[in-house]
Design a protein around this ligand. Structure first.
Ligand SMILES: [Ca+2]
Ligand SMILES: [Ca+2]
Length: 215
């Protein structure tokens, strides 16, 4: 599947070290919940459960059933895109490979011959499964359910992922522009999109995980 010609993607494309580090940070800190070194349904099920528990959703409530269905879909879509050897696990290598494929600019064969320079990455939408996942992550942060994440909520939820309070607060101040910009779902999605795709270290989305520096 997906050889150079049929995929139409530049297969020489490599993610920058900056982007790789961000993606691995995301993989290790947030996706691999049980710290097994790989992603499995178990990791997604644990996140789903955590969101339901924190939100006070009873196991058979409409909200809980919806979360369950969405998490199954997210996991199935991720598997389709990343689980190359179909063993039900996504390794770090498969994760990076998937992102490399997604990021590889579409090229015409003639362009490839003309220039060895890598085309600039343009920010596009996240894959649909990830966008759904980001929405649930927003609801994990938004403890008071007012549609906005504040600095206390951000610090509180990240402490669960072992992010020091000082870093979480500093990061929040950066991407909220000194708390002048409301962090609602739309802005949170924009920042997340930037986190996964930006090559520019000063972009505000790079601070969305509470980590202050990459490479
Ligand atoms: Ca795992
Ligand atoms: Ca696999």
């Amino acid at each position: 599947m997906g050889n150079e010609i049929s995929s139409g993607r530049n297969t020489d494309y490599q993610l920058s070290p900056f982007r790789r580090e961000k993606l691995m940070h995301e993989f290790n800190t947030f996706f691999d919940v049980n710290k097994s070194g790989g992603l499995e349904w178990k990791d997604f099920d644990m996140t789903r459960k955590k969101i339901c528990d924190l939100s006070g959703w009873e196991s058979n409530s409409e909200d809980s059933l919806r979360a369950s269905s969405i998490f199954h879909t997210v996991w199935e879509n991720l598997q389709e895109q990343a689980d190359e050897n179909n063993d039900g696990k996504i390794t770090a290598e498969e994760w990076i490979k998937m992102w490399t494929k997604l990021a590889a600019p579409r090229v015409k064969m003639t362009d490839k011959i003309k220039s060895k320079k890598q085309p600039e990455v343009t920010l596009s939408r996240l894959p649909a499964w990830l966008e759904k996942y980001v929405e649930y992550r927003f609801s994990l942060y938004d403890r008071t359910r007012d549609g906005i994440i504040d600095i206390e909520e951000f610090e509180y939820v990240l402490s669960d992922f072992n992010v020091p309070a000082k870093n979480a607060r500093a990061a929040f101040i950066i991407f909220s522009k000194n708390q002048e910009k409301q962090v609602n779902l739309e802005y949170f999605k924009q920042l997340s999109c930037q986190y996964f795709q930006s090559e520019e270290p000063s972009d505000l989305g790079n601070f969305i995980t509470g980590k202050l520096d990459f490479l």
